[in-house]
Design a protein. Structure first.
Length: 288
């Protein structure tokens, strides 16, 4: 059963059986959504991990505590949200837990997981189809096309910008059937923050640390796995590989690629494999 507690969607379940000698294994998973979607996009993963006995939290960004339909009707919270506000809220959610959780983020949520890990939050992190953090200069043509609806107009820095179904299909679901793509568009899609997307695109051109900066040499950071879809248009594999290569710390940073998969891997047919791989890797590398 999934219970909506305002800003945090939580799935409970019976206590998970912990093997002898693994009493410190994380029992909570925090799922961080990306742009153009809400925590609803994690609905299958919540059920899946809850069925394995984990406590699962799927926090909404500040102001996103309402349903998809409400955000489409009034995107004001999307226009007002900032990266520091998102990170502060996620840190507050984790601070209420008794032990460090596994953090799993998709798209922009992958960048936010990287920032949280750099801040000392979490036991292990997985970034799926992750947006890059500051300093990653790789910008493939497919990524330019995917983000063009926002970046084509500087005035969008003050707007919430949605995608047509055609734009959504190219950026998120290019390997899906037309029927599946449209169904997910109607169920999940909301506008994205022009402020944050413009800020991220200009981060490497401005002096000083910007909102998505992390310390790539932080030896205290817990292990991080990048998971990438081979046919991802929005965040292609070369973006994930470049982001991973920036880390020069002594801690574990790995990349796993899934050929033939699109950006919306958490909803693509066979998503269970991705979910199980993410969990298995995080449990094997978790630091508590």
């Amino acid at each position: 059963m999934i219970a909506d507690r305002g800003d945090v969607t939580e799935a409970g379940g019976p206590p998970r059986a912990v093997p002898s000698g693994m009493a410190d294994t994380p029992d909570t998973i925090v799922l961080v959504h990306g742009f153009w979607v809400t925590p609803r996009s994690w609905e299958h993963w919540i059920d899946h991990y809850q069925g394995k006995g984990f406590r699962v939290l799927a926090p909404a960004y500040p102001g996103y505590e309402v349903e998809v339909e409400a955000l489409n009707a009034d995107p004001t919270p999307i226009e007002e949200v900032t990266v520091p506000a998102i990170i502060g809220h996620l840190e507050a959610v984790v601070a209420e837990l008794a032990a460090p959780p596994i953090l799993i983020g998709h798209s922009a949520g992958g960048a936010f997981v990287q920032i949280l890990l750099d801040h000392g939050v979490g036991a292990a992190g997985v970034a799926i189809s992750s947006a890059p953090t500051e300093g990653v200069h790789v910008v493939p043509l497919s990524q330019i096309r995917s983000t063009f609806p926002v970046l084509k107009n500087p005035a969008n820095r003050h707007r919430a910008v949605g995608l047509t179904h055609g734009q959504w299909h190219y950026a998120f679901t290019n390997t899906f059937t037309e029927e599946a793509s449209r169904a997910l568009y109607e169920r999940y899609a909301i506008p994205a923050s022009g402020r944050i997307l413009w800020g991220s695109s200009l981060a490497n051109l401005q002096p000083g640390h910007q909102d998505t900066w992390v310390d790539y040499g932080n030896d205290q950071r817990v292990p991080l796995l990048f998971m990438s879809g081979g046919e991802d248009h929005l965040m292609p594999p070369k973006v994930q590989r470049s982001n991973a290569k920036h880390y020069n710390s002594a801690t574990v940073t790995e990349v796993k690629e899934y050929p033939g998969r699109a950006h919306l891997m958490p909803s693509e047919e066979g998503w269970e494999e991705v979910a199980d791989d993410a969990l298995a890797w995080a449990l094997a590398h978790a630091r508590t």
